[in-house]
Write a new protein. Structure first.
Lengths: 279, 324
């Protein structure tokens, strides 16, 4: 059977295979094939196992926003503070990312209307250099908080930051952790509500700064959230990690987050929280 | 004195040190007067050390920063502090030996000390986890810094860690939050904070006790967002690219001073701190004294405001118009 299957794939014309690849997505959790249209309709949630596929910035916006999003500082882009030269230079890398993602940086923020509430919404997109913390991410996060203070409205952050630090910016990247953590203190001083929504993945320097400092912390199901990467931990302890380790459900069990909310219910939950605080 | 473990690039010094040792032993056992040749060899050793150290690469500095015979936090505390009273535990879970915290007298002034502790050998290092802290370490550090705030005692933090401990239990007790909480609280701590990188400043685990009014680095210490090994394997896909990675990351004291990310470089004795720990400790003590005095003249509200602004302004951000 195995042999026949292989033969069958070989005989398949190249063209149809490409179309197939476009229309079907394989769920990394359960391995089932899902028709892409169906996946989109379902908020990119796997209908078989509930796995949440990663959302992009514009998808978050259309999920949460009611007809108004005024983006701020859309023109900010990364400099190259270290003049970083690896196999690829940082400048080249940034150019490529801008081209392939259509974003100028990993973090987008602006004034948003969610139902009747004005909020500042910040979205960290893992498709742009893993949503890692460069100077622009740090700066835009801080400006978002400052805007919320100025307008006296809640601040909502959606985190999807895989790599945590942005190596290409070296210590400038590390120091963004202080910058984004301390501004949360300013939110506190000014009585601004900060809701932090953790998505897959929220790791390293992002987790160890603003992501875990929310007044309310919500996670999407099965998202990978933690400080050290699972592979690094496995190398250190020289054994396999238990199933579900560093996933949202694990965090909930250990008391690190308030709630796990499926994406299709996220908007109504945010509205509910805002109504309790502000009506 | 314990024999100095020479690093790969220092190997050419061995012939001088062993010749000196031989002559000294001979002098002891035979009463033969070897003072003249010994002095001559010592002079040559000095010249050779100068030569090696005048032309050193970032990767070599990484190795010096990790040298097991460099003075570690407790070596400094034991030498420069009178009446050091160590405090233990985070009051919740356990006492983490990878971070030392306590209070004592320094030049007759009361100060609070917090620092990563590394070991001199493998046994010591296993016991204290190579200076890699659990969340309890950061929480202990914070509670002791809060104590300093209560009495307005200056806080000195010593940074020397490969990073926070990557481990199941550390994650279960929320390592990420422990570090985030420290960044958040230290930023507003109402007492002066001075941080000194004495060896290895490894990423978030270093920063977790590193938010400060003045950041000082020893001449051959490093401070980096990722280890050169980690960076090499991710960006070069080659473990051996550590030379290039160390260069690219700009992790040395002189690079970071040029970039404006640290305030002061503390010079080390000839041939680095592992060759002359007591001298290194003395120099560090004098820098601590100087910076405590400088900060003690500034009102605390101004210190906290300046600290906030300093971190607020770190980063290189361009707007598209300016790029063209
Ligand atoms: Zn699935």
């Amino acid at each position: 059977m195995f042999f026949r299957k292989k033969k069958y794939i070989k005989l398949e014309p190249k063209e149809t295979r490409e179309i197939k690849k476009e229309l079907w997505q394989k769920c990394p959790e359960c391995g089932k094939l899902i028709y892409e249209g169906k996946l989109k309709e379902n908020f990119k949630i796997c209908p078989y196992c509930g796995n949440h596929f990663r959302f992009k910035t514009n998808e978050w916006l259309s999920l949460l926003i009611d007809n108004k999003f005024e983006e701020y500082d859309a023109n900010l882009i990364s400099g190259d503070p270290l003049d970083f030269k690896a196999v690829k230079s940082y400048t080249e890398k940034i150019k490529e990312e801008i081209k392939s993602t259509g974003l100028k940086e990993a973090l987008t923020y602006g004034l948003a209307k969610i139902n009747t509430f004005d909020v500042i919404l910040s979205i960290l997109d893992s498709s742009f250099i893993m949503g890692s913390m460069g100077s622009v991410v740090g700066e835009k996060f801080v400006r978002g908080c400052e805007k919320a203070i100025e307008k006296k409205i809640p601040f909502i952050s959606i985190c999807g930051g895989g790599g945590g630090a942005r190596m290409y910016e070296g210590m400038f990247s590390l120091m963004q952790m202080v910058k984004t953590s301390q501004v949360v203190g300013k939110l506190k001083e000014n009585n601004i509500l900060y809701i932090s929504i953790l998505t897959d993945p929220t790791m390293g320097g992002i987790a160890a700064s603003f992501a875990f400092l929310g007044d309310i912390i919500i996670a999407e199901p099965k998202a990978l959230i933690g400080f050290a990467g699972p592979r690094v931990i496995e190398q250190t302890i020289k054994q396999k990690l238990p199933h579900g380790f560093q996933k949202s459900e694990f965090l909930y069990k250990h008391g690190m987050i308030d709630e796990i909310i499926s994406r299709d219910k996220l908007k109504e939950k945010i509205i509910k929280i805002l109504s309790i605080f502000y009506q | 004195m314990e024999k100095i473990k020479e690093l790969e690039f220092e190997k050419s010094l061995t012939k001088f040190t062993s010749a000196i040792e031989r002559l000294e032993n001979q002098q002891k056992s035979t009463q033969k007067d070897n003072r003249l040749p010994i002095t001559k060899l010592q002079q040559e050793l000095k010249e050779k050390t100068k030569e090696i150290y005048s032309n050193i690469t970032p990767w070599q500095i990484v190795q010096i920063a990790r040298h097991p015979q460099r003075p570690h936090t407790m070596d400094y505390i034991n030498t420069i502090m009178e009446d050091f009273y160590e405090l233990h535990g985070d009051r919740i879970h356990s006492d983490d030996p990878a971070i030392v915290a306590g209070i004592g007298k320094f030049n007759s002034r009361t100060i609070v000390f917090v620092g990563h502790q590394k070991g001199k050998n493998i046994e010591e290092n296993i016991a204290i986890n190579f200076g890699m802290a659990h969340p309890e370490g950061y929480r202990k550090a914070l509670r002791v810094m809060k104590l300093a705030e209560k009495f307005k005692f200056p806080v000195i933090t010593f940074i020397d860690t490969p990073g926070a401990y990557p481990h199941i239990q550390a994650e279960e007790r929320n390592q990420a939050l422990a570090i985030a909480q420290n960044l958040y609280e230290m930023a507003f701590l109402k007492t002066p904070i001075i941080s000194i990188v004495i060896g290895e400043g490894g990423s978030g685990g270093a920063l977790g006790i590193g938010v400060s009014d003045k950041i000082l680095m020893l001449e051959y210490s490093i401070y980096s967002v990722i280890s050169p090994e980690g960076c090499a394997s991710i960006l070069w896909k080659d473990q051996k690219a550590v030379e290039q990675a160390s260069q690219a990351l700009k992790l040395t004291a002189s690079d970071l001073l040029k970039l404006g990310l640290i305030d002061v470089i503390i010079p080390e004795p000839l041939g680095a701190a592992h060759r002359n720990p007591s001298e290194a400790i003395k120099i560090v003590g004098s820098y601590i004294q100087k910076h405590i005095e400088l900060l003690s003249t500034i009102p605390i509200s101004e210190i906290v405001n300046t600290r906030y602004k300093k971190y607020r302004n770190i980063g290189l951000v361009l707007s598209e118009e300016t790029e063209e």
